[in-house]
Design a protein. Structure first.
Length: 340
Protein backbone atom coordinates (compact mmCIF):
# COMPACT_ATOMS: atom_id res chain seq x y z
CA UNK A 1 0.00 0.00 0.00
CA UNK A 2 1.49 3.32 -1.08
CA UNK A 3 0.30 6.31 0.94
CA UNK A 4 0.70 9.46 -1.09
CA UNK A 5 0.31 12.62 0.96
CA UNK A 6 2.41 14.92 -1.22
CA UNK A 7 -0.71 16.83 -2.23
CA UNK A 8 -4.49 16.58 -2.53
CA UNK A 9 -3.95 16.70 -6.30
CA UNK A 10 -2.83 13.04 -6.42
CA UNK A 11 -6.34 11.55 -6.25
CA UNK A 12 -7.64 9.43 -9.12
CA UNK A 13 -11.22 9.44 -10.41
CA UNK A 14 -13.46 6.76 -8.89
CA UNK A 15 -15.49 4.30 -11.01
CA UNK A 16 -18.60 6.40 -10.38
CA UNK A 17 -16.88 9.59 -11.49
CA UNK A 18 -15.55 7.87 -14.61
CA UNK A 19 -19.03 6.62 -15.51
CA UNK A 20 -20.40 10.16 -15.31
CA UNK A 21 -17.51 11.39 -17.45
CA UNK A 22 -18.07 8.74 -20.13
CA UNK A 23 -21.78 9.60 -20.27
CA UNK A 24 -21.23 13.37 -20.62
CA UNK A 25 -22.85 15.26 -23.47
CA UNK A 26 -20.14 17.30 -25.15
CA UNK A 27 -19.58 19.89 -27.86
CA UNK A 28 -16.87 22.31 -28.92
CA UNK A 29 -16.40 24.59 -25.93
CA UNK A 30 -14.35 27.15 -27.86
CA UNK A 31 -17.57 27.78 -29.80
CA UNK A 32 -19.48 27.76 -26.49
CA UNK A 33 -21.25 24.55 -27.58
CA UNK A 34 -20.39 22.16 -24.78
CA UNK A 35 -23.54 21.70 -22.66
CA UNK A 36 -21.69 20.08 -19.75
CA UNK A 37 -19.09 22.85 -19.54
CA UNK A 38 -21.89 25.41 -19.71
CA UNK A 39 -23.76 23.60 -16.93
CA UNK A 40 -20.66 23.51 -14.73
CA UNK A 41 -19.91 27.19 -15.28
CA UNK A 42 -23.51 28.09 -14.44
CA UNK A 43 -23.53 25.85 -11.37
CA UNK A 44 -20.39 27.30 -9.83
CA UNK A 45 -21.31 30.91 -10.69
CA UNK A 46 -24.71 30.34 -8.99
CA UNK A 47 -23.13 28.68 -5.97
CA UNK A 48 -21.03 31.78 -5.30
CA UNK A 49 -23.75 34.19 -6.46
CA UNK A 50 -21.52 35.57 -9.21
CA UNK A 51 -22.61 36.52 -12.71
CA UNK A 52 -20.50 34.18 -14.79
CA UNK A 53 -17.70 31.62 -14.78
CA UNK A 54 -15.12 30.16 -17.14
CA UNK A 55 -13.73 26.63 -17.04
CA UNK A 56 -9.93 26.41 -17.40
CA UNK A 57 -7.34 23.64 -17.29
CA UNK A 58 -5.65 24.77 -14.07
CA UNK A 59 -5.69 27.04 -11.06
CA UNK A 60 -2.53 28.68 -12.29
CA UNK A 61 -4.36 29.69 -15.44
CA UNK A 62 -7.44 31.04 -13.61
CA UNK A 63 -5.24 33.08 -11.26
CA UNK A 64 -3.11 34.42 -14.08
CA UNK A 65 -6.15 35.34 -16.17
CA UNK A 66 -7.65 37.19 -13.20
CA UNK A 67 -4.44 39.15 -12.68
CA UNK A 68 -4.34 40.03 -16.37
CA UNK A 69 -7.94 41.24 -16.66
CA UNK A 70 -7.77 43.42 -13.55
CA UNK A 71 -4.54 45.26 -14.32
CA UNK A 72 -2.61 47.34 -16.85
CA UNK A 73 1.18 47.27 -17.02
CA UNK A 74 3.02 48.98 -15.41
CA UNK A 75 1.31 48.47 -12.09
CA UNK A 76 1.60 46.55 -8.84
CA UNK A 77 -0.14 43.63 -7.18
CA UNK A 78 -0.26 43.21 -3.40
CA UNK A 79 -0.18 39.71 -1.92
CA UNK A 80 1.20 37.71 0.97
CA UNK A 81 4.78 36.49 0.52
CA UNK A 82 3.51 32.90 0.76
CA UNK A 83 0.92 33.31 -2.02
CA UNK A 84 0.75 30.71 -4.74
CA UNK A 85 0.29 33.46 -7.34
CA UNK A 86 3.73 34.78 -6.42
CA UNK A 87 5.72 31.73 -5.32
CA UNK A 88 4.53 28.93 -7.54
CA UNK A 89 3.29 30.38 -10.80
CA UNK A 90 6.65 30.68 -12.49
CA UNK A 91 6.87 34.46 -12.37
CA UNK A 92 3.61 34.76 -14.30
CA UNK A 93 2.71 38.06 -12.62
CA UNK A 94 5.63 39.69 -14.43
CA UNK A 95 5.59 37.51 -17.53
CA UNK A 96 1.88 37.66 -18.32
CA UNK A 97 0.83 40.97 -16.84
CA UNK A 98 4.00 43.07 -16.61
CA UNK A 99 3.42 43.92 -12.96
CA UNK A 100 5.59 44.47 -9.94
CA UNK A 101 4.62 42.56 -6.80
CA UNK A 102 4.45 44.02 -3.27
CA UNK A 103 4.91 41.17 -0.83
CA UNK A 104 3.57 41.27 2.70
CA UNK A 105 4.50 38.97 5.56
CA UNK A 106 1.06 38.13 6.88
CA UNK A 107 -0.16 35.76 9.55
CA UNK A 108 0.57 32.37 7.97
CA UNK A 109 -0.61 33.67 4.61
CA UNK A 110 -3.40 35.94 5.86
CA UNK A 111 -3.21 39.69 5.43
CA UNK A 112 -4.74 42.28 7.72
CA UNK A 113 -6.43 45.38 6.36
CA UNK A 114 -3.74 47.55 7.98
CA UNK A 115 -1.01 45.66 6.15
CA UNK A 116 -2.79 46.04 2.83
CA UNK A 117 -3.40 49.73 3.46
CA UNK A 118 0.28 50.34 4.28
CA UNK A 119 1.32 48.52 1.11
CA UNK A 120 -0.66 50.74 -1.27
CA UNK A 121 1.69 53.04 -3.14
CA UNK A 122 1.17 56.80 -2.98
CA UNK A 123 0.17 58.61 -6.16
CA UNK A 124 3.76 59.41 -7.11
CA UNK A 125 5.46 58.80 -10.46
CA UNK A 126 8.32 56.94 -8.80
CA UNK A 127 6.10 54.06 -7.74
CA UNK A 128 4.16 51.52 -9.75
CA UNK A 129 0.45 52.14 -9.44
CA UNK A 130 -1.18 49.69 -7.02
CA UNK A 131 -3.99 47.99 -8.92
CA UNK A 132 -4.86 44.61 -7.43
CA UNK A 133 -4.91 42.75 -4.12
CA UNK A 134 -4.84 38.95 -4.19
CA UNK A 135 -5.79 36.81 -1.17
CA UNK A 136 -5.55 33.02 -0.77
CA UNK A 137 -8.14 31.05 1.23
CA UNK A 138 -7.17 28.53 2.46
CA UNK A 139 -3.50 29.42 2.28
CA UNK A 140 -1.46 26.43 1.18
CA UNK A 141 1.99 27.58 2.26
CA UNK A 142 0.56 28.99 5.50
CA UNK A 143 -0.57 25.49 6.51
CA UNK A 144 -4.17 25.54 5.26
CA UNK A 145 -5.11 28.68 7.20
CA UNK A 146 -8.58 30.21 6.88
CA UNK A 147 -9.53 33.88 6.62
CA UNK A 148 -12.36 35.21 8.79
CA UNK A 149 -15.21 36.91 6.93
CA UNK A 150 -14.60 40.05 8.91
CA UNK A 151 -10.96 40.23 7.84
CA UNK A 152 -11.95 39.82 4.18
CA UNK A 153 -14.77 42.38 4.45
CA UNK A 154 -12.40 45.00 5.82
CA UNK A 155 -9.97 44.41 2.94
CA UNK A 156 -12.86 44.57 0.49
CA UNK A 157 -14.00 47.95 1.88
CA UNK A 158 -10.47 49.28 1.61
CA UNK A 159 -10.18 48.09 -2.00
CA UNK A 160 -13.48 49.71 -2.97
CA UNK A 161 -12.43 52.91 -1.23
CA UNK A 162 -9.04 53.00 -2.97
CA UNK A 163 -10.21 51.81 -6.39
CA UNK A 164 -8.37 48.48 -6.24
CA UNK A 165 -9.57 45.14 -7.56
CA UNK A 166 -9.70 42.17 -5.19
CA UNK A 167 -9.03 38.59 -6.34
CA UNK A 168 -9.32 35.36 -4.36
CA UNK A 169 -7.17 32.33 -5.06
CA UNK A 170 -9.73 29.86 -3.77
CA UNK A 171 -7.95 26.72 -4.94
CA UNK A 172 -9.06 25.25 -1.60
CA UNK A 173 -12.03 27.50 -0.85
CA UNK A 174 -14.27 24.50 -0.18
CA UNK A 175 -11.92 23.39 2.59
CA UNK A 176 -12.45 26.83 4.14
CA UNK A 177 -16.22 26.78 3.59
CA UNK A 178 -16.82 23.50 5.42
CA UNK A 179 -15.00 24.87 8.48
CA UNK A 180 -15.84 28.58 8.50
CA UNK A 181 -19.06 30.35 9.47
CA UNK A 182 -19.59 31.90 6.04
CA UNK A 183 -21.09 30.69 2.79
CA UNK A 184 -19.93 30.58 -0.81
CA UNK A 185 -22.33 33.43 -1.62
CA UNK A 186 -20.80 35.57 1.12
CA UNK A 187 -17.40 34.98 -0.48
CA UNK A 188 -18.85 35.85 -3.87
CA UNK A 189 -19.95 39.26 -2.57
CA UNK A 190 -16.46 40.21 -1.42
CA UNK A 191 -14.34 39.56 -4.48
CA UNK A 192 -14.15 40.82 -8.05
CA UNK A 193 -12.97 37.40 -9.14
CA UNK A 194 -12.61 34.02 -7.45
CA UNK A 195 -10.57 31.08 -8.70
CA UNK A 196 -11.77 27.66 -7.52
CA UNK A 197 -10.12 24.29 -8.19
CA UNK A 198 -11.87 20.98 -8.76
CA UNK A 199 -8.71 18.89 -8.91
CA UNK A 200 -7.55 19.36 -5.32
CA UNK A 201 -9.68 18.24 -2.36
CA UNK A 202 -12.72 17.62 -4.56
CA UNK A 203 -11.03 14.81 -6.45
CA UNK A 204 -11.70 15.73 -10.10
CA UNK A 205 -8.82 14.94 -12.45
CA UNK A 206 -8.50 18.38 -14.05
CA UNK A 207 -10.06 21.79 -13.89
CA UNK A 208 -10.52 25.16 -12.27
CA UNK A 209 -13.04 27.95 -12.73
CA UNK A 210 -12.69 31.68 -12.64
CA UNK A 211 -15.82 33.48 -11.41
CA UNK A 212 -16.68 37.13 -11.88
CA UNK A 213 -18.93 39.62 -13.65
CA UNK A 214 -20.20 38.91 -17.16
CA UNK A 215 -17.88 41.59 -18.47
CA UNK A 216 -14.80 40.23 -16.68
CA UNK A 217 -15.48 36.67 -17.77
CA UNK A 218 -15.87 37.85 -21.35
CA UNK A 219 -12.37 39.35 -21.09
CA UNK A 220 -11.20 36.13 -19.42
CA UNK A 221 -12.34 34.08 -22.45
CA UNK A 222 -10.08 36.13 -24.69
CA UNK A 223 -7.08 35.70 -22.36
CA UNK A 224 -7.74 31.97 -21.91
CA UNK A 225 -7.59 31.58 -25.69
CA UNK A 226 -4.32 33.53 -25.90
CA UNK A 227 -2.81 31.33 -23.19
CA UNK A 228 -3.82 28.23 -25.13
CA UNK A 229 -6.45 27.19 -22.63
CA UNK A 230 -9.39 26.95 -25.01
CA UNK A 231 -10.44 23.29 -24.81
CA UNK A 232 -12.79 21.54 -27.21
CA UNK A 233 -14.90 18.61 -25.90
CA UNK A 234 -14.07 19.60 -22.34
CA UNK A 235 -17.46 18.37 -21.10
CA UNK A 236 -15.86 15.04 -20.20
CA UNK A 237 -13.80 16.94 -17.63
CA UNK A 238 -16.60 19.28 -16.62
CA UNK A 239 -18.77 16.23 -15.84
CA UNK A 240 -16.15 15.10 -13.31
CA UNK A 241 -16.28 18.59 -11.80
CA UNK A 242 -20.07 18.53 -11.44
CA UNK A 243 -19.85 15.09 -9.83
CA UNK A 244 -17.14 16.32 -7.46
CA UNK A 245 -19.18 19.34 -6.40
CA UNK A 246 -22.23 17.20 -5.76
CA UNK A 247 -20.48 14.42 -3.87
CA UNK A 248 -17.16 15.49 -2.45
CA UNK A 249 -17.61 18.78 -0.62
CA UNK A 250 -19.06 17.85 2.77
CA UNK A 251 -16.63 14.96 3.14
CA UNK A 252 -13.69 17.40 3.18
CA UNK A 253 -14.29 17.53 6.93
CA UNK A 254 -13.07 13.93 7.12
CA UNK A 255 -9.78 15.00 5.54
CA UNK A 256 -9.47 17.76 8.12
CA UNK A 257 -10.14 15.36 11.01
CA UNK A 258 -7.51 12.95 9.71
CA UNK A 259 -4.93 15.71 9.35
CA UNK A 260 -5.65 16.81 12.94
CA UNK A 261 -5.46 13.27 14.18
CA UNK A 262 -2.03 12.75 12.61
CA UNK A 263 -0.83 16.06 14.09
CA UNK A 264 -1.97 15.11 17.59
CA UNK A 265 -0.22 11.77 17.37
CA UNK A 266 3.19 12.93 16.18
CA UNK A 267 3.90 15.82 18.55
CA UNK A 268 6.14 13.64 20.76
CA UNK A 269 8.23 12.13 17.96
CA UNK A 270 11.90 12.74 18.84
CA UNK A 271 13.03 14.13 15.45
CA UNK A 272 10.05 16.50 15.17
CA UNK A 273 10.70 19.95 16.59
CA UNK A 274 7.32 21.53 15.97
CA UNK A 275 3.95 20.59 14.50
CA UNK A 276 2.05 23.57 13.08
CA UNK A 277 -1.61 24.01 14.02
CA UNK A 278 -3.96 22.22 11.62
CA UNK A 279 -6.90 24.20 10.25
CA UNK A 280 -7.94 22.12 7.25
CA UNK A 281 -6.31 19.31 5.26
CA UNK A 282 -2.72 20.57 5.36
CA UNK A 283 -0.30 19.54 8.09
CA UNK A 284 3.18 21.03 8.26
CA UNK A 285 5.86 19.93 10.68
CA UNK A 286 9.39 21.03 11.33
CA UNK A 287 12.21 18.60 12.00
CA UNK A 288 15.23 19.14 14.25
CA UNK A 289 17.94 21.45 12.85
CA UNK A 290 20.71 18.86 12.67
CA UNK A 291 18.70 16.41 10.55
CA UNK A 292 18.76 15.99 6.78
CA UNK A 293 15.29 16.71 5.40
CA UNK A 294 15.77 14.75 2.19
CA UNK A 295 17.13 11.78 4.10
CA UNK A 296 13.97 11.70 6.21
CA UNK A 297 11.74 12.02 3.15
CA UNK A 298 13.68 9.13 1.60
CA UNK A 299 13.27 6.99 4.71
CA UNK A 300 9.53 7.62 4.75
CA UNK A 301 9.31 6.84 1.03
CA UNK A 302 11.12 3.51 1.60
CA UNK A 303 8.18 2.66 3.86
CA UNK A 304 5.74 3.70 1.12
CA UNK A 305 4.83 7.03 2.70
CA UNK A 306 5.22 9.97 0.33
CA UNK A 307 5.42 13.50 1.75
CA UNK A 308 6.74 16.83 0.42
CA UNK A 309 9.67 19.03 1.40
CA UNK A 310 8.14 22.41 2.15
CA UNK A 311 10.99 24.74 3.02
CA UNK A 312 13.98 24.51 5.37
CA UNK A 313 13.38 21.59 7.76
CA UNK A 314 9.65 21.62 6.87
CA UNK A 315 7.55 18.71 5.68
CA UNK A 316 4.02 19.03 4.30
CA UNK A 317 1.35 16.36 4.45
CA UNK A 318 -1.97 16.87 2.64
CA UNK A 319 -4.92 14.58 3.34
CA UNK A 320 -7.44 13.82 0.59
CA UNK A 321 -10.17 11.68 -0.91
CA UNK A 322 -7.92 8.66 -1.53
CA UNK A 323 -6.69 8.57 2.08
CA UNK A 324 -8.65 6.56 4.66
CA UNK A 325 -8.50 5.69 8.36
CA UNK A 326 -6.37 2.61 7.79
CA UNK A 327 -3.85 4.73 5.89
CA UNK A 328 -4.01 7.36 8.63
CA UNK A 329 -3.05 4.78 11.29
CA UNK A 330 -0.26 3.49 9.07
CA UNK A 331 1.01 7.04 8.50
CA UNK A 332 1.17 7.74 12.23
CA UNK A 333 3.02 4.46 12.84
CA UNK A 334 5.54 5.08 10.08
CA UNK A 335 6.30 8.62 11.28
CA UNK A 336 6.58 7.46 14.90
CA UNK A 337 8.77 4.45 14.20
CA UNK A 338 11.20 6.00 11.74
CA UNK A 339 14.64 6.44 13.29
CA UNK A 340 17.85 8.11 12.23
C1 LIG B 1 -3.33 27.79 -3.40
C2 LIG B 1 -3.12 27.29 -4.79
N1 LIG B 1 -3.46 28.08 -5.82
C3 LIG B 1 -3.32 27.69 -7.09
C4 LIG B 1 -2.81 26.45 -7.38
C5 LIG B 1 -2.60 26.09 -8.82
O1 LIG B 1 -3.36 25.05 -9.26
P1 LIG B 1 -2.92 24.18 -10.52
O2 LIG B 1 -1.95 23.17 -10.01
O3 LIG B 1 -4.22 23.60 -11.00
O4 LIG B 1 -2.30 25.09 -11.52
C6 LIG B 1 -2.42 25.58 -6.35
C7 LIG B 1 -1.87 24.26 -6.65
O5 LIG B 1 -1.55 23.47 -5.81
C8 LIG B 1 -2.58 26.02 -5.01
O6 LIG B 1 -2.21 25.26 -3.98
Amino acid sequence: MIIDLRSDTVTKPTEEMLEVMFAAKVGDDVFGDDPTVNALEQKVADLFGMEDAIFCPSGTMTNQIAIKIHTNSPGELICDELSHVYKYEGGGIGFNSGLATKLIKGDFGRLSVEQVENAINPDDIHFPETQLVSLENTCNKGGGTIYSLNQIKKIKHLCVDRGLKLHLDGARIFNALVEADYTAKEMGKQFDTISVCLSKGLGAPIGSLLLGTTEDIKKARRIRKILGGGMRQAGYLAAAGIFALENNVERLKDDHLRARNIAENITDVSYIKNVWPVYTNILIFEIEDNLDLNQLIGKLAEQNLRVSAFGPQLIRIVTHLDFNDEMMDATINIIKNTTF
